[in-house]
Design a protein around this ligand. Structure first.
Ligand code: ZN
Length: 162
């Protein structure tokens, strides 16, 4: 069965940055599960999945424009440590990912600098502005249930839990 719109795909990936090195991979854990054709993956990767079937392996290089977008150099801000979700009593270090409350809701930020009461954080996605290389192994492809199509995401193991 091929990957087309409204099918649920499970896959393993190995992610690296060309010329820099490995970033992360799913091998050794659960595969990623998503509903194809609903924007569940970054655009460049979802496009490359189209037409592949279970057992296929392939590689794709994704530009920032089709990945996590360009870096916004104005996305650094100084926030009180008390604005970090679940951060009470935590020891903060540069490079650490934290969840913060912002006027536009909760988001992930990376700690840049640690002060006594304040933190400088960067709210860019950690992969923003980076060219990404994926080695993909398609594990399985199945038809989506009506409910999954209505919700726009996969259910079950590795999918969305309600
Ligand atoms: Zn759902």
């Amino acid at each position: 069965m091929q990957i087309t719109k409204d099918r649920v795909v499970a896959f393993h990936y190995r992610l690296s940055e060309p010329g820099v090195g490995p970033i992360e991979e799913s091998h050794g854990g659960e595969p990623v599960v998503y509903l194809h054709g609903h924007g569940g993956l970054i655009a460049g990767l979802e496009k490359a999945m189209e037409g592949h079937g279970a057992g296929d392996t392939f590689a794709v290089t994704v530009s920032p424009e089709e990945g996590y977008g360009p870096r916004d150099e104005n996305a650094q801000q100084r926030i009180p440590k008390s604005h970090v979700i679940g951060g009470k009593g935590a020891i903060f270090r540069p490079g650490m990912a934290v969840r913060v409350n912002t006027p536009s809701g909760q988001r992930t930020a990376v700690v840049v600098k640690v002060g006594l009461k304040m933190l400088d954080v960067d709210t860019n996605h950690p992969l923003a502005g980076r060219t990404l290389h994926f080695d993909i192994e398609v594990v399985s492809v199945r038809e989506a249930h009506e409910e999954e199509i209505a919700h726009g995401h996969a259910h079950g193991v590795g999918g969305h839990a309600h």
